[in-house]
Design a protein around this ligand. Structure first.
Ligand code: SAH
Length: 228
């Protein structure tokens, strides 16, 4: 089976690239795709670049061009829930797009045309993440992740996203990857480690904790991969 592993930034996939050997690079659609074998699976690995458009392009390419049958996303996010501290891991049970707004036509905030507000993650991959967390003795939060084309560094915006979507964390790619995977019938999973709290200090915290948090997420994902 071909398994896609995706991040948004180079720092998010670097620790995974170090994990694999005999990696071949193929360029497509102005991006680099890294191919290798692992545990009798073909792996296709890439970082999309930031935001929903690039994330959708990369997810679609991994599925349509490289034949991915499962997609696992690893990266960092801003915390909304006060349970989540920098470095903590969260897996999305479902995701939404907090910046998708056709409320002028009577639809609720985040409503996806001909769809719904939330896209659900794959239950088997969620179960696998629970098993891995238990085995490693790691606390792994499950919750709602909100996606939008904005780096949120503003308490008011964060509170609005929390109250509208009951979101626990926010980032800039997950829900768009989910919508692509759902449309193309590919089970997906989004894992994030907290890099900041989406508040006034978010920019400074993000720069300080990006690498260590990205590594936390990547290392957990690698453990899951051993069991797929
Ligand atoms: N420093 C980068 C921009 C980072 S954008 C540059 O200059 O190009 C933040 C990235 O981390 C996105 O991929 C997003 O998914 C995630 N992220 C982490 N904290 C976030 C926050 N507070 N708001 C939105 N996205 C966040």
């Amino acid at each position: 089976m071909t398994i896609a592993i995706m991040g948004a930034m180079q720092e998010e996939i670097e620790p995974l690239l170090e994990f694999f050997t005999d990696v071949i690079i193929e360029e497509y659609g102005a991006n680099k795709y890294y191919k290798c074998r692992y545990n009798s699976h073909d792996i296709i690995l890439a970082y999309s670049k930031i935001g929903k458009v690039f994330a959708s392009l990369t997810a679609t390419t991994m599925i349509e061009k490289f034949g991915a049958k499962k997609l696992l996303f690893s990266g960092v996010a801003g915390a909304i829930s006060s349970d989540l501290k920098i470095g903590d891991l969260i897996v999305a049970t479902k995701l939404c797009q907090h910046d998708l707004d056709i409320t002028a036509f009577g639809h609720p905030s985040g409503y996806v045309p001909e769809g719904s507000i939330y896209v659900q993650s794959d239950s088997e991959l969620l179960k696998l993440s629970r098993d891995v967390a238990k085995e490693l003795g790691i606390s792994l939060k499950e919750g709602i992740i909100a996606t939008g084309d904005q780096f949120v560094a503003d308490r008011k915006r964060k509170e609005w996203i929390e109250s509208r979507f009951k979101a626990d964390a926010l980032e800039m790619e997950g829900a768009s990857v989910g919508v692509v995977c759902q449309a193309l019938g590919v089970p997906f999973f989004v894992l994030r480690a907290i890099s900041d709290s989406a508040d006034d200090d978010a920019g400074v915290d993000f720069d300080e904790f990006l690498k260590t948090s990205a590594k936390n997420s990547a290392e957990f994902l690698a453990k899951m991969l051993e069991k797929i």
